[in-house]
Design a protein around this ligand. Structure first.
Ligand SMILES: C[S@@+](CC[C@H](N)C(=O)[O-])C[C@H]1O[C@@H](n2cnc3c(N)ncnc32)[C@H](O)[C@@H]1O
Length: 243
């Protein structure tokens, strides 16, 4: 049993279009380049592989990629585009995939879909179990934007446009949050969608990695390796299984 929301067929059908900005070459190419380097010629496992946004171009770079994904409809979308990528339908905290890997990765904040600290720790442990000695676990995660919340405020907008308005609500006592989305369609109707998450601090990630027996290798603010600072809004973190 997982605490994650289950992504349904409607969400899966709209995913590539509604996430188009994350497929843009300037966003995707640096991620694929970095992951190909980190795989160092070995096979990779993507946790929460989705519709293959990253896995497909990484496979095209010669890295054999397997996946774990909770949502059957997301896997169906992936396989409609690229039938050959092996995916275990299951929970990234517990699912077992045949083989061991040079690289395990979870990108675009997906580990936050698990809404308990215990499951997030289990995901680090599950990643470590799938790594070869010397293999790397990579997490791409945003920094919770709580600087935007003055005392007493619980919601902050992250996008306001003619066709979409979105805001986050956070509970800082429990590290739980919800992203709320309002979409205005060409016929004038408005639909609402929400997704729930538990945010994790970088230092908390390091402790989860330590609990999983992994050692820190590097942390940057983006895939191109920009220095991570107190003002960074994202991090790409790499830990290694000891040899
Ligand atoms: C933001 S999407 C990212 C998909 C893909 N990695 C990408 O970068 O486009 C988050 C994905 O996490 C999956 N997910 C959520 N909870 C999960 C869990 N507990 N185990 C495996 N996958 C999960 C969702 O079904 C969804 O496909």
């Amino acid at each position: 049993m997982t605490s994650s929301d289950l992504w349904d067929a409607d969400t899966a059908d709209r995913y590539d279009e509604s996430s188009a900005f994350m497929f843009a070459p300037e966003v995707l190419d640096p991620a694929v380049d970095a992951l190909a380097d980190l795989a160092a010629g070995g096979p990779a496992l993507e946790l929460a592989i989705g519709t293959g946004r990253v896995a497909i171009p990484l496979t095209d770079r010669g890295v054999p990629v397997s996946g774990v994904e909770l949502s059957g409809p997301m896997v169906d979308r992936l396989h409609a585009k690229r039938p050959g990528i092996p995916v275990v339908v299951g929970d990234m905290a517990t699912a077992t995939v045949p083989g061991t890997f040079a690289l395990v990765y979870v990108v675009w904040n997906s580990i936050g879909n698990l809404r308990t600290q215990a499951e997030q720790v289990e995901t680090f442990r599950n990643a470590a179990r799938h790594l070869r000695p010397g293999g790397r676990f990579v997490v791409e995660l945003w920094i919770p934007g709580i600087r935007r919340f003055p005392p007493g405020q619980t919601a902050a907008p992250f996008h306001v446009g003619a066709h979409h308005a979105g805001f986050d609500t956070y509970d800082m006592a429990t590290q739980q949050g919800t992203s709320h989305h309002y979409y205005r369609h060409p016929d004038g109707t408005v639909t609402y969608g929400a997704s729930n998450f538990r945010y994790i601090w970088p230092a908390e990630c390091d402790l989860m990695a330590q609990l999983a027996g992994l050692r820190p290798e590097r942390r940057s603010a983006d895939w191109a390796g920009a220095p991570f600072t107190g003002d960074s809004e994202n991090h790409v973190s790499v830990w290694r299984r000891p040899i």
